[in-house]
Design a protein around this ligand. Structure first.
Ligand code: QV4
Length: 463
């Protein structure tokens, strides 16, 4: 149709948890690029303790880029190939701390270490020894000093107030940047004073993207707002607000002026349905709840607040279980098919391949066409809820057990539109719709929704 606006590339990321670099490069080429993702968040690339659980990645032994996810050369090749596919790489940077093991050991790439001794990098005096709690561990998150000077679960806590530590961390980040990454997730940023993080990242080249992990907690003195002066932050409140209404079927419009109460400003917010911690913890809706998980992702991707990051990991029944590895201890993963549907059941270790779900690709297309338009007041109908992105698109979800019809006022032109949730991107062709078809007539979009489904139409999906 000639009247569809040009799509504006949507700034949507995807976290590919514990995916080896060689597979990740293929994902960029086969799926992430064609689907229209803007960036991918990787797991930490540096040398870590040699333990089986996935969380070994979060205990650095050295800043060599050698890990169970691949070698330095493989990482560099992945960054170049993703870049060629139009995908920026954001690397997870674990710089708040080193290891948490009491016993000395040898890291994944062969570097020997002890708790507080990392030859060539740091020694005992480079760490906080807070003296505020029995084992120097954080016990009370209501104490700023404990949170930022004591240890997060025994992890040797770098004293990032010193020039020497700051310079060593910056040197590591510059090395990763030299391979072409676009920026970093700053792991456990809450546990470093915002001034320290700012001092470290301000020495990096202009335009380096910084996404700080600062989990908002009730009654805690350290807030995400402290970290917005030099980058974006993950807004955990968004996920908490998004998912409970899904399970009890009650929807309410957020403040509709872009920014939201008790959230960081929209242009500073990274939003998500779940991540590798929350899918093992507080998240009510994860890959285990296929249809509800799709609905949550659809709502997030249609929303006008924040920058979304979709999450894709592997199934697990044991919280600690690492991704499947080969004999050499390196993670092994196949590339996901270009198109995959959410499954009712997954075997342990099986990849969820969320990046290949048609609903996700369809919503990236929706966002590219309609995402910049204001979100209009929502409509409730039974267990269904929906809203218009002004003049460009209409989205609705039904979280109930009964089919539901919902009428949503819209200024989109009358006509037949293809649903991009059931049909995916490019759902409209000469023969009809790859998925469901809906009509807009006299300023109303009428959507018939099966139980636990979502639908989205936009100017580019008109037949
Ligand atoms: C245990 C005990 C300690 C004891 C210690 C030593 O819990 O009390 O002192 O043994 O005997 C692992 C184990 C943990 C163990 C620790 C040290 O699970 O039991 O301590 O190692 O050996 C990941 C995992 C953690 C893991 C950690 C390091 O989630 O389980 O700990 O990696 O391998 C807060 C923070 C937030 C953080 C979140 C999890 O504000 O920043 O907790 N999120 C990020 C990452 C997360 C990661 C870390 C931070 C640490 O997203 O994945 O933790 O890098 O909310």
């Amino acid at each position: 149709p000639g009247d569809a606006p040009d799509p504006a590339p949507a700034d949507v990321g995807i976290q590919l948890f514990q995916l080896p670099w060689t597979t990740l490069a293929e994902e960029c080429e086969t799926t992430l690029g064609p689907a229209g993702f803007a960036w991918v968040l990787t797991s930490p690339p540096n040398e870590h303790v040699d333990l089986d659980p996935w969380w070994a990645s979060y205990q650095p032994v050295s800043y060599e880029l050698e890990s169970r996810l691949g070698t330095r050369d493989e990482f560099a090749d992945m960054v170049a190939r993703c870049d060629a596919a139009g995908i920026d790489v954001i690397a997870d940077a674990v710089v708040n701390h080193m290891t948490g093991q009491e016993a000395p050991g040898t890291g994944f790439a062969g570097t020997t270490y002890q708790h507080y001794e990392y030859p060539g990098l740091y020694g005992y005096d480079d760490f906080h020894h807070c003296g505020l709690t029995t084992y120097d561990d954080i016990e009370d998150y209501r104490s700023r000093d404990q949170v930022q000077q004591c240890e997060l679960v025994n992890l040797a806590d770098l004293d990032t107030s010193t020039d020497a530590v700051r310079a060593t961390i910056s040197g590591y980040l510059e090395d990763v940047l030299s391979l072409g990454v676009a920026g970093f997730r700053i792991d456990a940023a809450k546990h470093m004073a915002a001034d320290d993080v700012e001092a470290i990242v301000s020495s990096l080249p202009e335009g380096t993207r910084i996404l700080s992990e600062v989990i908002r907690g009730g009654g805690e003195p350290v807030t995400p707002e402290e970290y917005t002066g030099f980058g974006e932050v993950f807004e955990f409140t968004y996920a908490r607000d998004l998912t409970p209404p899904l399970s009890n079927g009650v929807f309410a419009d957020p403040a509709l002026d872009g920014d939201r109460p008790l959230h960081v400003a929209s242009d500073r917010a990274i939003v998500f349905v779940d991540n590798h911690d929350t899918e093992r913890g507080e998240a009510d809706v994860t890959y285990r709840h296929g249809p509800l998980y799709v609905i949550a992702n659809v709502l997030m991707l249609a929303d006008d607040y924040g920058t979304p990051v979709v999450y894709s990991g592997y199934a697990f029944s044991d919280r600690d279980a690492g991704a499947p590895t080969g004999d050499d201890g390196r993670v092994v993963a196949e590339t996901c098919p270009r198109v995959a549907e959410p499954a009712d059941e997954y075997a342990d270790g099986e990849r969820t391949c969320v990046q290949s779900w048609p609903a996700i690709g369809g919503m990236l297309e929706f966002r590219a066409i309609a995402g910049d338009e204001p979100r209009m007041p929502g409509v409730d109908e039974g267990d269904a809820y929906g809203f218009e992105c002004e003049g460009r698109g209409v989205v609705a979800v039904n979280v109930g057990a009964e089919a539901q019809r919902i009428d949503i006022p819209t200024s989109m032109p009358d006509g037949a539109y293809c649903d991009v949730v059931s049909g995916g991107a490019g759902a409209a062709d000469d023969d009809g719709c790859a998925g469901r078809e809906y009509a807009v007539s006299d300023g109303v979009a009428t959507l018939d929704l099966e139980p636990l489904t979502a639908a989205a139409i936009h100017l580019g999906s008109r037949r």
